[in-house]
Design a protein around this ligand. Structure first.
Ligand code: ATP
Ligand code: MG
Length: 139
């Protein structure tokens, strides 16, 4: 197991609902260290650039509108096996399928408004960390 860095976003639904503190508490309880953080209000274009891999999918327009609808907290997290472990702590994309005790089971309200983002692999993590934190080393 190696120390990794991953990018997470506490999405506009969870920020608006006041879940930032509870979600950060879960990250810290799971031995993730916060190495960078920014509160952002993404433009539609910035959200489209971030989720470029999903361009053309039926949910792309609605997703990028949602992601640019309010404040979001973007963070780089570091820890052992951080990329895969964060995905476990987050739970399944669709909260209806998320395991008990995961962030999405607790705080997501739909498959779109699902409270958090986490990078899905090392290349994605490097792209996503660079997208928001050009001065932060991805590993
Ligand atoms: P994320 O990339 O945000 O961490 P994920 O990797 O679990 O989530 P992706 O397949 O990458 O899921 O989808 C990106 C985001 O797009 C999801 O988190 C969700 O907000 C939205 N999304 C995905 N599938 C759907 C869908 N079928 N309907 C509506 N929104 C969706
Ligand atoms: Mg994804």
């Amino acid at each position: 197991m190696a120390t990794e860095r991953t990018l997470t976003i506490i999405k506009p639904d969870a920020v608006a609902a006041g879940h930032v503190g509870d979600i950060i508490k879960m990250f810290e309880a799971n031995r993730f260290a916060i190495v960078a953080a920014r509160l952002v209000n993404l433009s539609k274009k910035e959200a489209e650039g971030f989720y470029a891999v999903h361009r053309g999918k039926p949910f792309f327009e609605s997703l990028t509108k949602f992601m640019s609808s309010g404040r979001a907290l973007v963070m780089v997290l570091e820890g052992e096996n951080a990329i895969a472990r964060l995905r476990e702590v987050m739970g399944a994309t669709n909260p209806a399928h998320a395991a008990p005790g995961t962030v999405r089971k607790l705080y997501a309200t739909s498959i779109e408004r699902n409270a958090v983002h986490g990078s899905d692999g090392p290349e994605t993590a490097a792209f996503e960390i660079g997208y928001f934190f050009p001065d932060v080393e991805p590993v």
